[in-house]
Design a protein around this ligand. Structure first.
Ligand SMILES: *[C@@H]1O[C@H](CO)[C@@H](O)[C@H](O)[C@H]1NC(C)=O
Length: 177
C-alpha cells in the first residue's frame, strides 16, 4: 500500500517536473552566464536566441562579430578587452545594455570607437575604468540618441564639454568621478 502510494507520488512529481521544465524553456528570457570561467575568448556556438549574456570577470582580450540578433544585455566587465572589431556589434540590433567597465579600451581607439558608434539603440552604457581621455569618450558616445544612463568613472577625463554629449540627447544620468 505504502509502496503503491509512493510510486503514484513519484509519477506525479515527474509530471510536475516536466511541466515546469517545458514551461520555463518556453517563455523565460534566455540568458547565459559565463562569469569568472577563465575564458580567454568569447565561446563559440552561442545559442542564437540569447537575450542576456554575462562574460564578466574573464581574460577576454578581443571581441569579434557576434551573431546574436536577440541579445539585449551584454556584460563584458572586468576582462582585458583592448580590441573590439569594427563590426563586432553590427548584428546586435536589440542591444540596450552594455557593460564594458574595467577593460583597456584606450587601445585601438579607431576600431573600438567605430564599433561603439554602430550601436544606436543603447540605453545603458558602462565604460568606467578604461583609461579613456576626453577625445576617446566623445568618439564612443557618437550616435547614441537613446542613451539614458552612462557610467564613465575612473577614466582620464579632464573636462565635461557640451561636445561630449552632443549625440546623446536622451541622457538622464551620468557618473564620471
Ligand atoms: C558593470 O559591471 C560592474 C562589475 O564589473 C558593476 O560594478 C557595474 O555596476 C556594472 N554597471 C552597470 C551599469 O550595471
Amino acid at each position: 500500500m505504502v509502496r503503491h502510494m509512493f510510486s503514484h507520488l513519484l509519477l506525479l512529481w515527474s509530471l510536475i517536473h516536466d511541466l515546469c521544465i517545458t514551461g520555463l524553456t518556453y517563455d523565460e528570457p534566455k540568458e547565459l552566464s559565463w562569469n569568472n570561467q577563465n575564458l580567454y575568448s568569447v565561446p563559440l556556438d552561442l545559442d542564437a536566441s540569447l537575450r542576456r549574456l554575462d562574460l564578466s570577470n574573464n581574460f577576454i582580450r578581443q571581441l569579434h562579430t557576434l551573431a546574436l540578433q536577440y541579445l539585449e544585455q551584454l556584460d563584458l566587465s572586468s576582462n582585458q578587452l583592448d580590441f573590439i572589431s569594427e563590426g563586432a556589434f553590427k548584428n546586435l540590433a536589440r542591444l540596450e545594455e552594455l557593460n564594458l567597465s574595467r577593460n583597456a579600451l584606450n587601445n585601438n581607439l579607431g576600431s573600438n570607437s567605430k564599433a561603439l558608434q554602430s550601436i544606436s539603440r543603447l540605453r545603458t552604457l558602462d565604460i568606467s575604468m578604461n583609461g579613456l581621455n576626453d577625445d576617446a569618450v566623445e568618439r564612443f558616445l557618437r550616435n547614441k540618441p537613446s542613451l539614458d544612463q552612462l557610467k564613465m568613472t575612473g577614466n582620464a577625463l579632464t573636462r565635461l564639454s557640451h561636445n561630449l554629449f552632443k549625440e546623446s540627447k536622451s541622457l538622464r544620468s551620468y557618473y564620471y568621478r
